[in-house]
Ligand binder design. Structure first.
Ligand SMILES: Cc1cc2nc3c(=O)[nH]c(=O)nc-3n(C[C@H](O)[C@H](O)[C@H](O)COP(=O)(O)O)c2cc1C
Length: 338
């Protein structure tokens, strides 16, 4: 495999604008789609801290076509989250095509196809990473969406279904030949779910073979990881998922590290008051989108992460899980500031 290590003398900054068909993104740092947590409020914060592209939670193509109200709610987009890709999952080219057309009317900048979900319920329907079993089938799905949408189409995949059937290069080529304008790779098999390390060497392999931009994903927990992924794989963009949960300022750390490359200036962690201030803002944003009852429920997936490592975090975490109103949450968080 060629050595993609970047030479410090050639590279001024790792932060680059990126062209995806007609779409120009000002930053090559992307916020990953995260079902159940990556909602409007989260994406607004992600964008503000430096994500050049955000993604909706995965949306069922069947649900879109059937006109399911909850499914359509997942496609609600506000200006502060853009540029944004709506991510579709499904297994039937005709339904995916119709869904891509409908989704394009909701105002996203890109349509993304989920070829990576490893949840059994989704795999059983032939969607998510099940698309990887047959590159020709993936080709038909991507081609159908490309024909149905005026927007660029991207695809997010894993290495393959399982270790014995890794076919990431075949699937990457199928996506590109079908007209995809960007490929994101989370280099684990579906069977591995989130176990073990993301195998970045496969990102390098795919980057070597494809002509379209390649985004690397998996295992970025600090700015140094994002820099290392760029250095080791030569990828065009990086995508951050779990690392930014309760920690959206990680994105700003990465932008800073990219801009100051190759110096890699370390940044101070944020003081507790600032982190609590952001958690409170996240709560208010969530309420503005989904109302207090749902926001209080859903924010419990985020809040404990914001307070990690703070004095008294363990007891406050318990109380946050029991909180049943926004005011209760605010009081618990403010108690940590004292
Ligand atoms: C709670 C959760 C929800 C996820 N939802 C989606 C999804 O809707 N679509 C998708 O393509 N990937 C989804 N993923 C996978 C992430 O986008 C990402 O590929 C994975 O977490 C690896 O990146 P990371 O190590 O930066 O988290 C999800 C992951 C988690 C943990």
């Amino acid at each position: 495999m060629p050595d993609f290590r970047l030479s410090g003398t050639e590279i001024v900054s790792l932060l680059k604008s990126i062209h995806i068909k007609g779409l120009v993104l000002t930053s090559n740092l992307f916020l990953a789609p995260l079902a159940g947590v990556g909602d409007n409020a989260y994406r607004i914060l992600g964008r503000r801290f430096g994500a050049g592209l955000t993604f909706s939670e995965m949306v069922s193509a069947n649900g879109i076509v059937r006109g399911n109200l909850k499914t359509h709610e997942l496609m609600h987009i506000s200006e502060g989250e853009k540029p944004l890709g709506i991510q579709l999952f499904g297994s039937d080219p005709a339904i995916m095509s119709e869904a891509a057309g409908i989704a394009s009317g909701h105002g996203p900048d890109l349509i993304d196809i989920n070829g990576g979900c490893s949840v059994r319920k989704v795999l059983r329907t032939g969607a998510g990473a099940a698309l990887l079993a047959d590159p020709e089938h993936l080709y038909r799905i991507v081609h159908a969406c490309v024909n149905a949408s005026p927007l660029p189409v991207s695809v997010k995949i894993r290495l393959g279904l399982r270790e014995e059937s890794i076919n990431v290069v075949e699937n990457g080529l199928a996506a590109e030949e079908a007209g995809a304008s960007l490929l994101t790779l989370h280099p684990r098999t579906a069977a591995a779910k989130y176990d073990g390390h993301a195998r970045w060497e496969y990102i390098a392999r795919v980057k070597e073979v494809l002509s379209i931009p390649v985004c690397g994903n998996g295992g970025i927990r600090g700015a140094g990881d994002a820099v290392a992924m760029m250095e080791e794989t030569g990828c065009d963009a990086v995508m951050v998922g779990r690392g930014a949960l309760g920690n959206p300022w990680l994105l700003e750390d990465i932008v800073h590290a990219f801009e100051s490359y190759p110096d890699g200036v370390e940044r101070e962690g944020l003081p507790a008051e600032t982190r609590i201030g952001l958690a409170l803002e996240h709560l208010d944003l969530a309420i503005s989108f989904k109302g207090e009852r749902r926001a209080v429920r859903d924010m419990k997936r985020h809040l404990h992460r914001y307070i990690r490592g703070m004095r008294d975090a363990a007891s406050v975490r318990e109380r946050l899980f029991r909180a049943d109103s926004a005011e209760d949450i605010r009081a618990q968080l403010r108690a940590l500031e004292r």
